[in-house]
Design a protein around this ligand. Structure first.
Ligand SMILES: Cc1cc2nc3c(=O)[nH]c(=O)nc-3n(C[C@H](O)[C@H](O)[C@H](O)COP(=O)(O)O)c2cc1C
Length: 201
């Protein structure tokens, strides 16, 4: 199974990136996971000619070629980071790589809540007409993320690893099951392609 892991932060020292790197290594026998950075994307400026930068198109192609996507998000002020919102705005501007794409959300935070509010918000964003991803109902929250990894970058707590393994196995099933939901797919794509926030009359 081929998956893309979107690192939802531009912080160079990030426990969310660490978590995705751990997932990439830990599940290498179950899936080929390529991590994608979004920090260098230009700031979304709604260009009038609808031209999407090549750096965005490259990520869009990777998403389209993958069977599923994992998005790792920190929480800033009860929200997803601006850099992640920026990437999602580009990835819905006349292109639809996330449409019907199975998505698993992960989040890590220094505190106890494990980015739960950002994760909830991300679900809502991914339901927008031009994103419309299929989001796995389960979420993986890693609290106290600064203490969660050992020196080699592995998760320390066996119960947390067990939970992550269970959710990841469910995600692999979810990817297979949702690939069968094809009846409405073409109509939904046409709807997304015809949808225009600036011409809703
Ligand atoms: C500006 C700012 C706002 C934050 N807001 C929240 C918040 O609303 N909820 C929360 O649980 N943590 C919050 N945090 C803590 C972050 O979750 C934590 O610092 C860190 O970003 C965790 O992810 P990372 O290691 O990938 O950077 C905030 C941190 C910063 C710098």
């Amino acid at each position: 199974m081929k998956l893309i892991g979107i690192v939802g932060t531009n912080s160079s020292k990030s426990t969310n990136r660490q978590l995705l790197q751990y997932i990439e290594r830990h599940f290498q026998d179950k899936a080929e996971i390529e991590l994608v950075e979004i920090s260098a994307l230009p700031v979304f400026n709604k260009p009038a000619n609808k031209e999407v930068p090549e750096s965005v198109l490259e990520i869009a192609r990777k998403i389209e070629e993958a069977e599923g996507v994992i998005i790792g998000t920190p929480e800033y002020d009860h929200s997803i980071p601006a850099v992640l919102m920026n990437a999602l705005a580009w990835l819905s501007y006349g292109i639809y790589p996330l449409l019907n794409k199975p998505v698993m959300i992960t989040g890590a935070s220094y505190g106890t809540l494990g980015s739960s509010r950002a994760q909830l918000q991300l679900r809502q964003i991914l339901n927008a007409p031009e994103l419309k991803a299929n989001v796995l109902p389960d979420e993986f929250l890693l609290s106290h993320s600064l203490e969660a990894f050992d020196y080699d970058g592995n998760l320390r707590d066996a119960r947390i690893i067990q939970k992550l393994e269970a959710i990841f196995d469910d995600f692999r099933v979810f990817v297979k099951v949702t690939s069968k939901l094809s009846n409405a797919q073409e109509l939904l794509r046409q709807e997304a392609e015809n949808f225009d926030w600036e011409n809703l009359s």
